[in-house]
Design a protein around this ligand. Structure first.
Ligand SMILES: NC(=O)c1ccc[n+]([C@@H]2O[C@H](COP(=O)([O-])OP(=O)(O)OC[C@H]3O[C@@H](n4cnc5c(N)ncnc54)[C@H](OP(=O)(O)O)[C@@H]3O)[C@@H](O)[C@H]2O)c1
Length: 320
């Protein structure tokens, strides 16, 4: 699998990251291990999890995904060849609400223990917290870097101006700042004003800020959970706008030209952008995994990229 530089870190990571939200809850350990093995077999080395996965699932309390990855790492012995991202989510179970320094430090320890590792490669704030001063949050993340517990930290679900504030505070104090940003993004553009909170989307302010500062953007839910290809999963209403039909039509047109699937074209479109987006995708079973990994073989021409980018643009001028 191709590698790309993560932001301006000098560190190369896989161009496609494996999301593990449901691993250890909806997917058993054995099913999850098989899916991770397939991703590794394709050359993937970048795994995405969170302390809270999967508290949203009926069977989940949070922590199951990290525990699953920890067990898999122990069994396969591949820790040093992988880049592991996890997140500090908060305000669930006994994790206090907010990004206080004490929560960041203690949740990092819990994640290290569950993952069975002595270092997290990338530790995200899972969402923003307007009630804790950014200084406190950043100083805690920075301390984890200087203590060698994490290599980098990232922001997930942040607005562009908050990233700019964070960067200014970090620069003033000589601290590291948010290296990269994991945010909701797919090929279809949400309607203006669509509210996914606490999730935040990739929009023009964010792309222009991150591109200018050399921060990699990692889109999550890139496949809209299968909605591009499945009759049992309609396109969610915030994505049904004046440009939807035009974009879906071009997506399928390009997929037909390449003998590919719409899912593969969505992932390839992100990876072909300049600078590239780094999708965090998932799959429930080996068939889905095989299809999604097939995106790595797709070569989009400049003309196809242009057609995909421009589809529906006169109707909803909000390019990614
Ligand atoms: N930072 C954040 O706030 C945040 C939020 C959400 C997710 N994430 C991360 O991003 C990762 C990916 O998110 P996601 O699971 O929402 O994204 P996704 O890749 O858009 O959706 C994955 C789901 O789509 C369906 N699917 C995948 N491939 C398919 C295929 N080839 N054909 C048909 N259906 C297919 C499956 O649904 P079924 O299981 O129903 O079959 C699968 O579980 C997560 O695992 C997590 O690591 C981060």
């Amino acid at each position: 699998m191709k590698k790309i530089q993560l932001s301006q870190t000098g560190v190369e990571v896989s161009c496609l990251s494996l999301g593990t939200l449901r691993f250890g809850t909806r997917n058993t350990y054995e099913e999850s291990a098989q899916l991770i093995d397939m991703y590794i077999e394709a050359g993937g080395r970048f795994i995405d999890t969170a302390n809270s996965y999967d508290r949203w699932c009926d069977e989940g309390k949070g922590g199951e995904s990290e525990v699953t990855i920890g067990r898999w790492l122990r069994e396969r012995g591949l820790r040093d060849r992988l880049f592991i991202a996890t997140k500090v989510g908060f305000g669930y179970q006994d994790v206090p609400d907010g990004l206080a320094a004490s929560t960041i430090i203690s949740e990092c320890e819990h994640s290290l223990r569950k993952l069975g590792t002595d270092r997290i490669d990338l530790f995200y704030a899972h969402k923003d917290d307007n009630n804790t001063p950014l200084e406190e949050t950043l100083s805690a993340f920075n301390k984890l870097v200087t203590d060698g517990k994490i290599r980098f930290f990232g922001a997930s679900n942040y607005l562009a101006w908050r990233l700019a504030d964070a960067d200014a505070i970090a620069a003033k104090n000589g601290w590291a700042s948010f290296t990269c940003v994991e945010q909701r993004c797919t090929y279809l553009r949400p309607n203006p004003g669509a509210d996914f909170s606490p999730q935040q989307i990739v929009e023009r302010n964010l792309t222009s800020y991150c591109d200018a500062r050399g921060k990699t953007i990692l889109p999550y839910t890139p496949l809209l959970r299968g909605a591009y290809v499945r009759s049992d999963r309609p396109i969610p209403s915030p994505y049904r706008g004046p440009d939807t039909d035009a974009r879906i039509s071009v997506l399928h047109e390009v997929a037909r030209e390449l003998g590919a699937t719409a899912n593969q074209v969505v992932l390839a479109w992100m990876m072909h952008r300049q600078p590239p987006l780094l999708p965090v995708f998932s799959a429930r079973n080996p068939e889905q995994m095989k299809e999604n990994l097939g995106a790595l073989d797709i070569v989009l021409s400049a003309e196809q990229m242009e057609r995909l980018d421009r589809a529906g643009s006169c109707l909803n001028d909000e390019p990614v």
